[in-house]
Design a protein around this ligand. Structure first.
Ligand code: GLU
Length: 373
């Protein structure tokens, strides 16, 4: 775990660079070729330094809207349609920008579902690693055509954090329209100062500036994504996309933007999946004592702490844990919603009499539980 930028830069052999629509448009309507060319030479320089690079690129909707002559996409369907038109233009633009450097982009389109299902996750991972091995530059975007509301990321910041975990990146660099994270919105507050380091145990205590004009994420989404990457063990840097060569400067050890230091004890892949990718099937409301036992004393959830269950789920499903309706953890349930309904509030010694048989004492075992920040 390091705050030392030079050390971090030396270790960053595999880097994920996230570029949003705001940067790619260069403030204009469609994709800005000059911006893409600038980013491509930055990527090429990183390669010369012996680093592998993955790009998470937005811009499909933007390019599609321009091609279709539409001012903006109101509905999800229109966004999906625009993305379908624009994605090929986006790849063509990356291809053109990377060509002078002898680099080839590889289109990788993912949805949340690809991170939820183990087989698809592993397939995506294997393909990405093969591409890096071949020297291609994976250019990842959300597969907007099939991403219905339920499985959509909606913004690419979180996608970038998951991709960083997927390829076991050493560093995630998220480009924004500001120098980094500020103590308050620098566009409104003259006193705002740049936050240089964010520690994993003290994530964003800062009032982040809201939505930028173009992208869908805004500063909040970037901070959340950087925090998740750090929790998963990948340090993340928020830096300005308007600087010259931000990636290679970071890789040279320059202290640009805000560094999110990676967690000392990163979440295991399984807990990452639970926390960030899995889709809870139901909800378990617990009492105050159980919440304290889970969050402060690292205990398992016992039936005695359960107040109520919501929605139907089976044993083995992912559920979210709430107190006062607010989600604070996720885990894999050992019992179905129906069984938990019968044993809630009871002592473990009473389970067998009620259920006929008892598979285990815990409703959720500690090893299958992750706290959300
Ligand atoms: N997938 C969207 C696109 O390519 C971008 C989502 C975002 O703005 O982060 O246009």
């Amino acid at each position: 775990v390091t705050e030392d930028r030079a050390e971090l830069a030396r270790r960053a052999k595999r880097v994920v660079l996230k570029v949003g629509s705001g940067a790619l448009s260069g403030g204009g309507r469609g994709l800005d070729a000059a911006t893409l060319a600038r980013l491509a030479s930055d990527l090429a320089r990183a390669r010369e330094l012996g680093r592998q690079t993955v790009v998470v690129s937005s811009g499909a909707i933007l390019a599609g809207l321009e091609r279709l002559g539409l001012p903006k996409a109101g509905t999800i369907q229109l966004k999906q349609a625009a993305a379908a038109v624009g994605q090929s233009r986006l790849m063509a633009a990356w291809s053109e920008a990377l060509a002078p450097h002898g680099l080839a982009p590889a289109q990788v389109l993912l949805t949340q579902d690809d991170f939820r299902h183990r087989e698809r996750y592993l397939n995506a991972r294997n393909t990405m690693l093969a591409l890096l091995e071949l020297g291609a530059v994976p250019v990842v975007n959300e597969n907007d055509t099939v991403a219905v509301e339920e499985i959509r990321f909606g913004e690419n910041d979180m996608l970038a954090a998951l991709v960083a975990g997927l390829v076991d990146a050493d560093l995630l660099v998220i480009l924004t329209d500001q120098e980094g994270l500020y103590t308050s919105d620098p566009r409104k507050d003259k006193e705002a100062r740049l936050v240089e380091v964010v520690h994993p145990d003290r994530p964003a205590e800062f009032a982040a500036g809201k939505q930028g004009p173009r992208g869908s994420g805004g500063m909040e989404a970037k901070v959340r994504a950087a925090g998740r990457a750090a929790a998963a063990g990948v340090p993340a840097i928020l830096a300005s996309g308007f600087l010259d060569a931000p990636l290679s400067r970071v890789l040279a050890g320059e202290a640009l933007g805000t560094l999110f230091v990676r967690a000392k004890e990163p979440l295991s892949k399984r807990k990452q999946w639970l926390a960030f990718a899995a889709h809870p099937k139901g909800q378990i409301e617990v009492d105050e004592g159980a919440k304290a036992a889970l969050t402060l004393r690292a205990k398992s959830l016992l039936p005695s702490g359960v107040k109520s269950v919501r929605r139907d789920f089976k044993a083995g499903d992912v559920v979210s844990l709430t107190h006062g309706g607010a989600e604070f953890a996720r885990g894999l349930a050992n019992y179905s919603s129906e069984e938990i309904g019968k044993i809630k509030g009871l002592r473990t010694s009473q389970l067998e009499a009620i259920l006929g048989q008892k598979t285990c004492d815990e409703v959720i075992h500690r090893d299958n539980l992750v706290l959300l920040k």
